[in-house]
Every structure is written in structure tokens, then in C-alpha cells.
Design a protein around this ligand. Structure first.
Ligand SMILES: O=C(O)CCC(=O)C(=O)O
Ligand SMILES: [Mn+2]
Length: 228
């Protein structure tokens, strides 16, 4: 399905002029970068991140092999993504606090819904949001997002602060990824035929953004649990 077909099928216009912020860059069928789409909400998003991470602190998780991840993470929503000695999974409880993850702020959910709809994915109701904080040098190696129970729902990924080099690969790890610069307020949406594409983030450059200092914040919205 082409981008135009997808939009037509969803009864949506996929016209860059329709985007709140700026232009849209199609990566491939089912995957698009909505430029500057979250710029207006960014201060409110950062304020909400502050609230969430006061209740569920950012932490560097370890992988099953014992490596400490360079990205600091937290979550909000009904389920939170975790990595530890037993592997990757979602859990309703934050192991650091022993409490449920904080509720998803409405400013998060409404932005995620709007971005998904703009990319042709109607009725996206995220139940999980992973918060990633990148300091200079932090990176996320090529991976697939496949711990969710619902692959019909897209991933909506919001970039805030210092720009990043996003790796966009194919359905096989061996495919050479392309590099796409993601700026403050850009939103990447991938789903449908691109839902399981490999992706990652190059080591963050030492840079400065007026709202985040030398940090990059990223929010990824997912449907982790199956709808009942
Ligand atoms: O930071 C990003 O832009 C990507 C994050 C990501 O892929 C993830 O959290 O699974
Ligand atoms: Mn990912």
C-alpha cells in the first residue's frame, strides 16, 4: 500500500500542509516523520515528564547479558517496559518503587492519538509510554519493538531537546539502516508493514537545547497489552 492509499483508506488527507508543525517525510509504507509536530506541546510534555519521573525515577536498566544501558528510562501508563537479568518485558509495577507506573498524562495520550491519526493510523489508544533520556554519548543499538502484545497498533515516537541521528533499518537486522536527523518536536510513526522494522539511535552528540540543556528526551507510545 502506498502512503496515498493508506491515507485514502483511512479517509485522511496526508498532505504536509495538514501537519500542525511542518512537513512530513515518508520513510516507507507505514512509516513517516512528522516534522516539528510536537513543538507547541513541548513545554507541557517536559513538565509532565518531570512529574512522572518524580514518581518513577529515570534509571539505567541492565540487559539479560548484564550490560548497563546508556539510556536512562522510565514509564507511564498501564504497563511499563523493563529490562533486567531475565530479559525484556512489560510489567504493571515499577520494580524500583514497587508501585504501579504513573498514569499516562492526558497531554501525552492526546498528542500520540493525533500523531497516529495524521500518519493514517486511526483510533490509536496507547496504554504504555516509555520515557528515554539520552545524555551525550548515550545510544540505542538497532532493535525491533516486539515485546508488545498488539502489533496492529503503531509506535509513536516523540523527540525533544538535542537532535539525534535516528537509524531506520528494514525488517532484517542485516539491512543497512538509513540515518535520519530527528529534531526537537519531530514525531516518527511506524506501523502496518513497517511495525517490526529495526531502528535505533546513534550516540548522542554533545549539543545544547534551550529547553533540555545537553539532553534528548524521547517518548515512545505503544499498545503493550491486548484490548479486552
Ligand atoms: O529514542 C528514540 O528515538 C527511539 C527509542 C526507541 O526505539 C525505543 O525506545 O524503543
Ligand atoms: Mn524501539
Amino acid at each position: 500500500m502506498t502512503r496515498a492509499d493508506l491515507s485514502a483508506a483511512q479517509g485522511q488527507l496526508f498532505d504536509p500542509a495538514e501537519q500542525a508543525g511542518g512537513a512530513a517525510l515518508a520513510l516507507e509504507d507505514g512509516a513517516v516523520v512528522l516534522r516539528a509536530c510536537a513543538v507547541d506541546e513541548a513545554p507541557a510534555l517536559l513538565e509532565a515528564i518531570e512529574q512522572v519521573t518524580q514518581a518513577a525515577p529515570l534509571r539505567q536498566m541492565t540487559t539479560a547479558r548484564g550490560w548497563r544501558m546508556s539510556v536512562a528510562m522510565s514509564n507511564c501508563g498501564a504497563a511499563g517496559w523493563l529490562s533486567d537479568h531475565s530479559g525484556y518485558r512489560y510489567d504493571a509495577v515499577d520494580p524500583l518503587t514497587g508501585r504501579a507506573w504513573p498514569a499516562m498524562p492526558e497531554v501525552f495520550a492526546s498528542l500520540a492519538r493525533r500523531a497516529a491519526a495524521a500518519a493514517g493510523f486511526a483510533n490509536f489508544e496507547p496504554d504504555a509510554c516509555l520515557i528515554n533520556q539520552y545524555a551525550p554519548g548515550a545510544r540505542l543499538s538497532l532493535h525491533q519493538d516486539r515485546n508488545e502484545q498488539d502489533f496492529d497498533a503503531p509506535i509513536v515516537s516523540v523527540s525533544l531537546g538535542v537532535p539525534a541521528s535516528f537509524l531506520w533499518g528494514g525488517s532484517l537486522r542485516s539491512e543497512r539502516p538509513r540515518r535520519v536527523r530527528l529534531d526537537h518536536g519531530d514525531i516518527v510513526v511506524w506501523g502496518g508493514p513497517a511495525r517490526l522494522n529495526f531502528h535505533g539511535i546513534d550516540p548522542l552528540r554533545d549539543d545544547h537545547h534551550p529547553l533540555t540543556g545537553n539532553l534528548r528526551l524521547n517518548l515512545t507510545f505503544r499498545r503493550a497489552l491486548l484490548r479486552r
